[in-house]
Design a protein around this ligand. Structure first.
Ligand SMILES: [Fe+2]
Length: 322
């Protein structure tokens, strides 16, 4: 058994604050707690416990007390905040238990200072937010670059991005995944900047050499983006956006589930938008023909589930291209 001397030593040297609170007042505070709140034991003995609770947490602390009085279960450890003598907020984890002190019920409270951890978390979340913004701005810069050279591709990318997002919304995807699809779609034809504009805007059929050149654009886009460490697999999605379920696509001739779901969605949205829109070298083919195309090739070129979602969106749900 541990004797009283050992208990005294432990409480005195503990790295956590320890207090005995009776009828809302401090009866005892160990040296570490005095250090955390900046008050001496003499000062604390004249203070109610609430005097060191940060204003923002006064209500939740009172609610917690009431719940305990009514016999409800409260969590063993609660996060809260105190204010020290200088008025600074100290983030803490509180663990409390009922004890008997000098013949009357009292709370034994253990107070663990988590301010450094909270501050580190705050810095990390700010850094992540900044990083996300910088990545978003990078995508925006690429979009503008494409737009300056080829406004048609830019408009196409924007509408494909919108449709791809609407399709992704119907699947049970995380916000992360939907963001990835939306952003990849908004710059998916970036690789076309390496193709002469006469070829891109050529009316009529492309000859074999021209078509071979056009088909390099997913790889070119991938090569441009692969060095950027986006938090989303943007370069990969772009690389795969012309792959088709039966392996007839390019550049890697991937099949079925070898193609990322994001790229399968982008592939369908791309085809539909391209057929619905006017181009400088041809008029729009139209929505009916576009839907006929994806329905006819449902399961051979295009992912059946994505075709079904697209059909229901465009036929029945009144989705409109902006
Ligand atoms: Fe493309």
């Amino acid at each position: 058994m541990l004797n009283e001397e050992i208990y005294r030593f432990l409480i005195k040297k503990a790295n956590d604050g320890i207090a005995i609170v009776q009828e809302g007042r401090f009866q005892y505070a160990n040296p570490r707690l005095q250090e955390i709140v900046g008050y001496s034991m003499e000062e604390l003995s004249c203070l109610p416990f609430n005097a060191v609770v940060a204003t923002a947490d006064l209500n939740s602390m009172a609610e917690m007390q009431n719940r305990r009085i009514w016999g409800e279960d409260i969590p063993l450890v609660v996060e809260s905040s105190l204010k020290n003598k200088k008025g600074r907020v100290v983030f803490v984890e509180l663990t409390a238990g009922l004890i008997s002190h000098e013949g009357k019920p009292a709370d034994l409270v253990i107070i663990h200072d988590i301010t450094p951890r909270k501050q580190a978390e705050e810095v990390l979340s700010q850094t992540l937010e900044k990083l996300r913004k910088a990545m978003g701005a990078t995508i925006q810069a690429i979009t503008l670059t494409v737009e300056m050279r080829d406004p048609y591709t830019a408009g196409h990318q924007r509408r494909v991005s919108d449709l791809a997002r609407a399709i992704a919304d119907r699947l049970d995807f995380s916000t992360e995944k939907i963001d990835a699809i939306r952003m990849a779609a908004s710059i998916h034809d970036l690789g076309k900047i390496s193709i002469p504009s006469e070829i891109l805007s050529k009316p009529g059929k492309l000859n074999e050499t021209e078509y071979t050149l056009v088909k390099t654009h997913p790889q070119v886009g991938y090569n441009i983006l692969k060095q950027i460490e986006f938090p989303w697999p943007i370069a990969q999605i772009i690389l795969q956006h012309h792959e088709r379920i039966n392996g007839s696509g390019y550049p890697q001739k991937l099949k079925g589930r070898q193609i990322m779901i994001e790229a399968r969605i982008l592939g369908v949205a791309d085809v539909v938008e391209a057929m619905v829109s006017h181009r400088p070298y041809r008029t729009a083919i139209g929505l009916d023909k576009a839907l006929e195309e994806i329905q006819r090739n449902r399961g051979s070129l295009y992912d059946p589930e994505i075709v079904d979602i697209s059909l229901s969106l465009l036929y029945h749900r009144g989705y409109e291209f902006k």
